[in-house]
Design a protein around this ligand. Structure first.
Ligand code: ATP
Ligand code: MG
Length: 424
């Protein structure tokens, strides 16, 4: 399409060649989440802009410059969701899911951020997110991490590194923040533009800088770990003890942070070194302050979100055929009468063998053209029906991927014949 309308920059079509990988990913993640007793919640893609301003926070990259915000016809300011936590908390509060009960929830879907598109970073991207409410202890933090580890394992995703940190309590963090700002201020000349901008609005986020020129400076920065009190240390130690016992390997990364005040204690990321600069495939943490910040009671919460584009990219490398399923049988239908009766035959087969993938030739075509389509479909067998077969109530079975001899059988024997060839 030379001059036609094209997709919006940073927003991508998933073409049929790649969708099996997406389905493979989504199927396996959903199965593991179900096995841990997590329940799916579905929220709208649009929310009131105010929700994100109040939850994500004014001084974040997302709210400052990445949101797709517009006024609708009533003059309400709406925003395409840049992430799922805010909407999930909003929905849980709105429907009373947080009253005297614990919740283990998950959601999936597109998120929208106006970032500079590059490999692994898009303007429409997809997440599967998990949020839990009402559980204050290290047990649930560990459960979430064990669950993510299992997800990678069942999909055969190798080599992901788990990084762990603790952000302490808001009070511990506030004290640390002052110390960090003093340190960075003393090295003001070494800060890049982004970091200077964040120095007073969101200094913790500077630790997360991806600029290699800032590495040494940040490496030598004071560590939040030394500021943690007994309670925070104990929480972290208990998460670590569970991971150790379960054999989940991790590294402590003191520079792993979330910038916002409502985060506390556990934060973690799963990182791959195969994706270039955009290596984080899953990020999570505890956000005990958020529900209250949105006007609810104080409810402990912890969750994570995984980026599906990055996971699909990893899967494509490690198991490119994952999820792909070829056609089993292609119906070659020669002549008008067979073209009609073929659809009836196909229905009979589908009733007998709902597990088989059966493609009927539609749109006519000669023998050669139809066999070419059959071959391209990847089918293992062609079932051929023409005037002659129709008259005798038979069908010809022709192997397309082996030199098995061609057979002609009665239509009533077909089920049995396929049974032998497609044993479950
Ligand atoms: P980054 O530091 O890479 O910008 P983030 O902190 O903004 O990440 P989160 O908001 O924690 O990311 O989102 C969780 C996950 O969603 C990320 O780890 C990543 O896998 C994925 N993700 C975030 N933004 C994008 C994007 N623009 N394109 C593709 N995936 C994304
Ligand atoms: Mg980001």
């Amino acid at each position: 399409m030379a001059k036609g309308i094209q997709a919006i920059r940073g927003m991508h079509d998933v073409l049929p060649e790649r969708s099996p990988l997406w389905q493979f990913l989504e199927r396996h993640v959903a199965a593991v989440l179900a096995a841990y007793g997590y329940r799916e919640i579905r929220m709208p893609i649009l929310e009131m802009t105010e929700l994100f301003r109040r939850s994500i926070g004014e001084v974040t990259d997302i709210v400052e410059k990445e949101m797709y915000t517009f006024d609708d016809r009533n003059g309400d300011s709406l925003t395409l969701r840049p992430e799922g936590t805010a909407g999930c908390v909003r929905a849980a509060m709105e429907h009373g899911l947080l009253h005297n009960q614990v919740q283990r929830l998950w959601y999936r879907g597109p998120m929208f951020r106006h970032e500079r598109p590059q490999k692994g970073r898009y303007r429409q991207f997809h997440q599967i997110g998990v949020e839990t409410f009402g559980m204050p202890g290290p047990d649930i933090d560990a459960e979430l991490i064990l669950m993510t580890a299992r997800i990678w394992q069942v999909m055969g995703l190798p080599d992901l590194e788990l990084q762990l940190n603790s952000l302490g309590t808001p009070q511990e963090r506030a004290a640390y923040r002052d110390e960090l700002v003093a340190y960075l201020d003393a090295h003001h000349d070494q800060l890049d533009e982004d970091s200077r901008r964040r120095l007073h609005s969101n200094p913790l986020r500077i630790l997360d800088s991806k600029n290699p020129q800032m590495r040494d400076l940040l490496q030598a920065a004071p560590s939040l770990m030394s500021r943690l009190g007994e309670g925070s240390k104990g929480h972290l130690d208990r998460v670590r003890a569970i991971l150790d016992k379960a054999g989940v390997v991790y590294v402590m990364n003191p520079r792993l942070v979330r910038g916002l005040d409502y985060y506390s204690l556990t934060v973690f990321e799963w990182v791959s070194d195969r994706l270039g600069a955009q290596g984080t495939v899953c990020a999570g943490g505890r956000y005990d302050g958020l529900v209250e910040q949105l006007g609810g009671r104080s409810i402990p919460a912890v969750g994570f979100a995984m980026g599906l584009e990055r996971l699909v990219a990893l899967l494509e490398e490690s198991s490119p055929e994952a999820g792909a399923a070829a056609i089993d049988v292609y119906l070659v239908l020669l002549g008008d009468a067979a073209a009609q009766e073929g659809l009836i035959l196909a229905e009979e087969l589908r009733t007998a063998r709902p597990d088989l993938r059966i493609l009927s030739n539609c749109g006519g075509g000669g023998t050669k053209a139809q066999f070419k389509r059959a071959d391209r479909s990847g089918a293992r067998y062609a079932l051929v029906m023409g005037d002659d077969e129709l008259a005798h109530g038979t069908v010809a079975l022709k192997a397309l991927r082996s030199d098995e001899p061609q057979l002609k059988v009665g239509r009533d024997q077909l089920g049995e014949l396929l049974q032998a060839r497609f044993a479950n």
